[in-house]
Design a protein around this ligand. Structure first.
Ligand code: PMP
Length: 313
């Protein structure tokens, strides 16, 4: 049976400066963004520190700065500063007494204008939080997932703006995700309009060959905050990381491949297009990076302490 909802409801959602009861955080059906995808959003995680009464929000400032950049690209006037959005995030987590959660800020054009031109539409800002486990399944983090190249290309750099985490960009992601899920795969690998490997529907992509880590450059992808974290961690561990274009056949004979993302964290890939990657399970580099990443998010590596916003529940 398909569950009606995979969202665990909590008490409050922050909306336009106030905490409102979960069920009352609604919007008018004629909101501009609902029709034209003109909103922008973020995805952030808050992790509990094992055996302690505290939690850390991972790279909160960086996410809120990206939200501001997304608004700039989309020409949305965001009425809250980065610091105000950070405070609001902590306020809503605290109000819901959540030790660990996923955080979804959304800036959208609300009710008042129905033409494509959004000029004059009000800007609404919400921050929702709820408990959310491993995005691609708990087993995926261990065993790795099976992926397939999507027949849908990622957007051309002048079609939609990949550096904006814009709602409309996810029409492309949803098409690709549904296509591969219906064929029995866990996630889609998307190519850019020149045919180079790009990213997934909600994750950045890495391969490893002969100990060297490769990831596509920022050209046509989202500037992932997990991607950035993994690159830094990998370099600190002494690995060479190259940001360069490559093709899907290079992935077929890679030793290892994995996705990075706030929701997916660091998920190993065991198969692409029915070709086993490496040994068919998480390889040594993937495992080392995964372990280092999980230490970083839980505050167990002082080198990355500046990425964490402390929150006591
Ligand atoms: N690419 C896309 C298309 C995404 O939706 C995401 C998730 N935000 C990512 C990459 C990974 O970004 P991050 O590590 O900042 O979550």
């Amino acid at each position: 049976m398909v569950p009606l909802s995979d969202i665990t409801e909590v008490d409050y959602i922050w909306k336009n400066g106030e905490l409102v009861p979960w069920a009352e955080a609604t919007t008018h059906v004629l909101s501009h963004s609902l029709h034209y995808g003109s909103g922008v959003f973020e995805g952030i995680r808050c992790y509990k520190v094992p055996d302690e009464d505290k939690s850390y929000v991972f790279r909160l400032r960086d996410h809120m700065e990206r939200l501001h950049r997304s608004c700039k690209i989309a020409q949305i006037e965001l009425p809250y500063s980065v610091d105000e959005l950070m405070d609001a995030t902590l306020e809503v987590i605290r109000a819901n007494r959540l030790p660990a959660c996923y955080i979804r800020p959304l800036v959208y054009r609300g009710y008042g204008v129905m033409g494509v031109d959004p000029t004059g539409a009000p800007v609404d800002v919400v921050i929702a939080v709820w408990p959310w486990g491993a995005y691609l399944g708990a087993e995926a983090l261990e065993k790795g997932i099976r992926i397939k190249t999507s027949s849908f290309a990622r957007m051309h750099v002048n079609t939609l703006m990949s550096k904006a985490k814009a709602a409309g960009n996810y029409v492309n992601s949803v098409l690709a995700k549904m296509e591969v899920k219906q064929d029995g795969y866990d996630e889609a690998l998307m190519l850019d309009t020149n045919g180079y490997v790009c990213e997934a529907t909600g994750e950045n992509f890495f391969i490893v060959r002969n100990g060297v880590i490769k990831t596509p450059p920022l050209t046509a992808i989202l500037d992932g905050i997990t991607r950035d974290s993994i690159i830094k961690i990998a370099r600190d561990l002494g690995y060479t990381v190259e940001e360069q274009l490559f093709t899907r056949d290079e992935v077929y004979y890679a030793d290892e491949a994995f996705f990075s993302g706030t929701a997916a964290e660091l998920t190993p890939i065991r198969e692409l297009d029915n070709r086993t990657i490496g040994e068919g399970h998480a390889g040594p580099v993937t495992k080392a990076l995964q372990a280092a990443y999980f230490k970083a998010i839980k505050g167990q590596d002082p080198r990355y302490g500046h990425w964490l916003t402390n929150y006591k529940f």
